[in-house]
Ligand binder design. Structure first.
Ligand code: GLU
Length: 488
């Protein structure tokens, strides 16, 4: 294959939170398709949203993809011929390109104030942000003059005003959208940073991406991207939008952490094996054939084509994952299994962290296990005398469901996952609710440990780790939600 026809794909995560199962799912399909075609798979970090981008998150994404064996050929740190591969290091490239569009008359300066735009958005009737194209008619001379005088502006791409945008999705065929729904897109913000659309398209072009394989949720953006390719006069890549992962609920809603843990770190910490998780993600849309459900990545590569991918909403069913994981566990060599078990939590390092919190309360050595078992079990039994304390007498079960879910949600928002921040968060929440300390602290203690006497609360929460802590709070919420009368 010549350079120009070589398949090049990418995964382009935004480092704004925990590494998501959806990212691994899309990475897998990119990876397999690329291997099948002996191409190159690229990791690009889309971190132009400066307020939300976080270094920790980028690191965790990379580690998780590596854990799953979805290694990339080019990317940050690793390098490659089309770097840098972090968008925050490419600001000038986007500016140059935005200016090219301005010079070509494909983009224009917009001087509208945020207040005016907010007003338009309020009265928007189906046309994107409701922007009315006011600045589109300013003459180039006038526009230059205003810019020279220091007026703040954004750059907007001229969209078509009539007809329909059409693109071909390799899985779905033609996708159309009336231009009347698409207003002139901002491509460069007033602070000189690009929007997602500009950066994404410029990079895909410069990095010679041939196939954009991404999640269905980006379909609404694609007409804007297609328009950018036209404006630059570039050839479009092939578009492939994978079906979204769904919760196992009645309406098959988009996968969400309210219903399933979605962080890859959780699955690792909860004892799932990387090959099992990858195999499970492969089943989300890919049909191996002959009713075979257990297969490795190389086997998938062998059989892969997008014709074998179906669009029916794939359901992320953790029970199925558990079943599959069991198959992998049972075929493990005993030594290897033992190593893997010890690697997760039953290791000296972890024990060392627990010791100082339980030593005072131990009378014999075996007490260690009794006092710390909740750090090792995967789920707790709340159907006990202590379990009843998930709901204090003074509170309604519904209030407790809400509380546990609220805390689980807030864990995500913590600046860093530290003992002090956990304590601060719980105290603030208690004050905001105007509840008594014990109405919050005791139920949370039960939720995470299943027992009323446990090592210090915040330390325990911290030692459980963010992912298991969150999962446990959700578990407690579900338990109370399903059995409100149990507590009365
Ligand atoms: N940064 C986008 C994301 O977070 C990339 C979408 C795309 O693949 O174009 O998923």
């Amino acid at each position: 294959m010549t350079e120009s026809t070589q398949v090049r794909t990418r995964i382009a995560p935004s480092p704004t939170g925990d590494p998501h199962v959806g990212t691994a799912y899309i990475a897998l399909f990119n990876y397999v398709f690329t291997k099948k075609n002996r191409g190159k798979f690229i990791l690009r970090i889309e971190d132009t949203d400066r307020t939300r981008a976080r270094h920790d998150s980028e690191k965790a994404i990379m580690e998780s993809l590596q854990w799953l064996g979805l290694n990339w050929d080019e990317g940050p740190e690793k390098g490659g011929p089309y770097g840098p591969y972090r968008q925050s290091e490419r600001k000038e490239i986007y500016q140059e390109h935005a200016i090219k569009l301005l010079e070509k008359g494909e983009a224009y300066r917009c001087f509208c104030t945020p207040e005016r735009l907010a007003e338009l958005r309020k009265h928007n009737k189906g046309r994107g942000t409701g922007y009315d194209g006011k600045c589109r008619n300013i003459s180039p001379e006038e526009s230059q003059k205003k810019a020279d005088a220091g007026e703040a502006f954004t750059l907007r791409l001229k969209m078509e005003t009539q007809g329909e945008s059409v693109f071909t999705d390799e899985l779905r065929g033609q996708v159309t959208r009336p231009y009347s729904e698409l207003d002139d897109q901002i491509i460069l913000k007033s602070d000189g940073y690009p929007t997602y659309h500009l950066a994404n398209v410029v990079d895909d072009h410069l990095m010679k991406i041939t196939h954009v394989i991404r999640a269905e949720e980006w379909i609404p953006s694609t007409p804007k991207h297609v328009r950018l390719y036209e404006a630059f006069g570039w050839q479009q890549p092939k578009w492939i939008h994978m079906p979204l992962l769904r919760n196992k609920d009645k309406n098959k809603t988009k996968i969400s952490k309210r219903k399933n843990p979605v962080s890859l770190i959780y699955y690792k910490e909860a004892g799932f094996l990387a090959p099992a998780l990858v195999n499970f993600l492969a089943l989300m849309g890919f049909n191996y054939g002959e009713d075979i459900e257990k297969f490795t990545v190389p086997e998938m590569v062998e059989k892969f084509s997008f014709e074998k991918v179906s669009l029916g909403g794939p359901v992320f069913d953790v029970d199925k994952l558990k079943w599959l994981n069991g198959l992998y566990i049972r075929e493990m060599d005993e030594e290897k299994l033992l190593d893997s078990i010890q690697e997760i939590w039953l290791n000296r390092e972890y024990f060392k962290q627990l010791i100082p919190h339980v030593q005072k309360r131990m009378n014999n050595l075996n007490d260690f296990i009794d006092k710390t078992h909740f750090f090792f079990t995967s789920s707790l039994d709340y159907k006990t005398k202590d379990g009843k304390r998930l709901v204090p007498k003074s509170r309604d079960p519904k209030e407790m469901v809400k509380l546990f879910n609220e805390i689980a949600g807030k864990i995500d928002g913590l600046e860093s996952f530290s003992i002090a921040n956990l304590e601060q968060m719980l105290r603030t929440l208690t004050e905001e609710k105007e509840w008594k300390i014990k109405e919050v602290f005791m139920p949370v203690r039960i939720a995470i440990s299943g027992q009323k006497a446990s090592p210090p609360l915040f330390e325990s929460m911290h030692l459980l780790g963010k992912e298991r802590l969150r999962a446990r709070l959700r578990e407690a919420a579900n338990f109370v939600e399903k059995r409100p009368t149990y507590f009365r």
